[in-house]
Structure formats: structure tokens, C-alpha cells
Design a protein around this ligand. Structure first.
Ligand code: LER
Ligand code: MN
Length: 271
């Protein structure tokens, strides 16, 4: 069964969250009232974050957590798994260990998106080698705690490599397809990089663990030109069992995202 979640931020305000971090509880109440199953939570670092309290707040709203979005620390602190500065690499891995510990409590995945963006240009082979090395201790840590890491395909304007679904499949093959690593496919990026949505979904198969929905211009679905009904049907046809998570900008407005999300996901449940 496909479930639904949406991005909310816990700590620092984020462009994809229609509620500020200070209003996390209002955001959770909105998710529940709109018919979502879970939250996708942006956490940059663990200063002032009490995961047990967040877990209680989710439970009190009858919500799960799909994934911890880790990318804010890229811009805020310059963290990267590709860093050739050993101290930055150490801090990035350490942060991912903290995310994995939190994910073990929340029963969620951990997203690796912007944290796999390199500071300097690298050829594809070197990039994949460095990413595999950067990730290695995180894979062991995740495996020991029963947590899955989901690596996101990002379009070429945000990341130099691993832009398409096909690139991600090849990368997972290269690292031996460890069971604790899956793919996060974001249709905004896919619209730029993938040749065909159905083909992308088919090629990822069961490695596809999480899907981000935003329209072609990253607005709320329906304010651009992506074929969401067709994408949803294709996900179902390929027996996708994960979540569709709303990760759009607050466009046309945060209020439109808040008001239109419920009807948007209810329609899919009837397709
Ligand atoms: C994060 O999920 C994402 O899609 C990135 O484009 C954010 O910079
Ligand atoms: Mn995304």
C-alpha cells in the first residue's frame, strides 16, 4: 500500500515546510487532519532536539515518520560525504550516525541528498569511489541498527553526479546493493533527468523506497505540468509499497499547500 507524508521542519525553517519549526505541533495536527499517514522531518543537527519528545508528538497525532531529511547541514555547516577534508568527513559521518540513532527511535529512513554533494568537480568514477568510501561506516552503523538509508537522485543543477534513476541503480550495483540502502526518487528532479517516468520506476524496482512529489516548477502538485495521476498509477502498477511525500515549495502559497493537500491525497486514495 502506498502511504502519504509531507515535509515538516523541526529546528530551522525550511522552504519545503508550510509550517515554521516553532509550529511543528500545528504542522502535525494539519497532517493528521488532512489524512496523511506520516511526517517527513527536516533535522539539521541534534542541538535542542529531543527525539523521544518528537516520537511522542507523532504518536499522539497517530502519525509515523517516513524519513529524516538531513540536507540542511550541507548549507548550514558545509557537511559532505565527499569532503576531502578529513575533519568535515568525520563530522558528516558523525551526523549521519546521529540521524540513524534518531531514525531507529522513529522507525524511519534517513535521507542522503545534499550531503552527497561534492565541493569540487570530480569525474564520475572518482565521485562514486569517494561516495562509497564516505558511506561505508554509515552503512555498517545503519545495518547494526536496522535502519535504511535512502540516497536521492538530484538534478544536474544541484549535484554533479547521480542525477537520474538509472545513475542511482548503477551506483547501488557498484556498491553491491546492500539491503540497508534504497533510492529516493523525487519527481521534480526526475522530470529534468529521467527519460521516462514509467521506465525510471521500472528500473528502480524494489530499490525504490521513497518518492518526493512536487510539480515541474517545484510548486504544489497541479501548479506545474507533471502528470501526477499517471505517475501514481505507474507506481501502483510496479507494486511500489513506500510513501509519496510532499516536498514542494510553498507555492503558490503556504496556505494553498495547507488547504489543498487533503483533497489532493484523498483523490489518489480513490484512484
Ligand atoms: C531534497 O529532498 C531535495 O530534493 C533537494 O533538491 C533539496 O535541495
Ligand atoms: Mn527531494
Amino acid at each position: 500500500m502506498i502511504t502519504f507524508s509531507a515535509t515538516l521542519t523541526c529546528q530551522y525553517d525550511a522552504p519545503f515546510s508550510p509550517f515554521s519549526a516553532a509550529d511543528l505541533n500545528k504542522g502535525l495536527a494539519w497532517l493528521k487532519a488532512s489524512g496523511f499517514d506520516a511526517a517527513e522531518l527536516c533535522i539539521s543537527d541534534y542541538q535542542g532536539i529531543d527525539i523521544a519528545r518528537i516520537a511522542d508528538a507523532l504518536a499522539s497525532h497517530g502519525l509515523g515518520c517516513t524519513t529524516i531529511a538531513s540536507g540542511q547541514a550541507r548549507k548550514r555547516e558545509g557537511l559532505s560525504l565527499l569532503s576531502q577534508d578529513s575533519e568535515i568527513l568525520r563530522r558528516t559521518r558523525q551526523r549521519l550516525f546521529e540521524h540513524i540513532d534518531a531514525a531507529a527511535v522513529l522507525g524511519s529512513y534517513v535521507t542522503i541528498g545534499s550531503l552527497r554533494v561534492a565541493d569540487t568537480p570530480l569525474n564520475a568514477t572518482r565521485y562514486c569511489q569517494l561516495l562509497a568510501q564516505g558511506l561505508a561506516p554509515c552503512l555498517d552503523y545503519a545495518h547494526a541498527r536496522g535502519v535504511t538509508l535512502i540516497v536521492e537522485a538530484l538534478n544536474r543543477y544541484e549535484a554533479e553526479h547521480l542525477n537520474s534513476a538509472e545513475d542511482m541503480v548503477q551506483f547501488l550495483d557498484l556498491i553491491g546493493s546492500p539491503p540497508q540502502v534504497g533510492i529516493l526518487w523525487d519527481v521534480f528532479h526526475g522530470n529534468i533527468e529521467d527519460r521516462d517516468f514509467a521506465q525510471a520506476i521500472a528500473s528502480m524496482g524494489p530499490r525504490l523506497r521513497h518518492v518526493h512529489f512536487a510539480d515541474s516548477n517545484r510548486a504544489f502538485p497541479g501548479y506545474g505540468h507533471l502528470p501526477f495521476d499517471a505517475i501514481y498509477r505507474q507506481l501502483r502498477q510496479f507494486d511500489y509499497q513506500g510513501a509519496i511525500s510532499l516536498e514542494c515549495l510553498c507555492r503558490p502559497s503556504a496556505q494553498a499547500v495547507i488547504d489543498e493537500s487533503g483533497p489532493f491525497i484523498q483523490r489518489f486514495r480513490q484512484l
